[in-house]
Design a protein around this ligand. Structure first.
Ligand code: HEM
Length: 97
């Protein structure tokens, strides 16, 4: 399992990264209800994102958002993760990550 510590705020810098964290199978196919999955993700972000959050802030996941995204779990996880991180690395304000 890749380390989440210090990473979640990085994924949150792009829409695809935001979606990625819901669409990995561990999230998307968990037995949690949408509202619970949103809560767990928000809890993980608050506890593990650390300084990766820009200005220490983030937009919490909602049950609706999570419910929509988890309908399409990822098939190509490693490839998607690499593509998402490459895209984020090209963002002007995050070029050093
Ligand atoms: C609600 C519960 C869970 C949540 C919210 C969750 C969340 C996440 C997130 C956000 C990632 C992406 C991390 C990254 O790429 O840096 C991830 C990846 C991963 N998680 Fe979980 N996870 C959950 C349950 C599980 C469980 C139960 C397992 C295994 C027993 C698991 C195994 C993995 C693995 C192996 C990966 C790497 C990608 C993959 O092969 O799917 N996760 N998880």
């Amino acid at each position: 399992m890749p380390p989440l510590k210090g990473m979640m705020g990085v994924f949150l810098r792009s829409q695809r990264g935001r979606e990625f964290m819901v669409q990995v199978p561990g999230s998307a196919t968990s037995k949690l209800k949408d509202a619970q999955l949103a809560e767990v993700l928000n809890w993980c972000i608050e506890n593990f994102a650390g300084s990766s959050l820009i200005n220490g802030e983030y937009r919490p996941y909602t049950a609706d958002e999570v419910g929509r995204l988890r309908q399409s779990p990822l098939q190509e996880i490693d490839h998607t993760r690499a593509a998402v991180l490459a895209e984020i690395a090209r963002l002007p304000e995050t070029g050093e990550i």
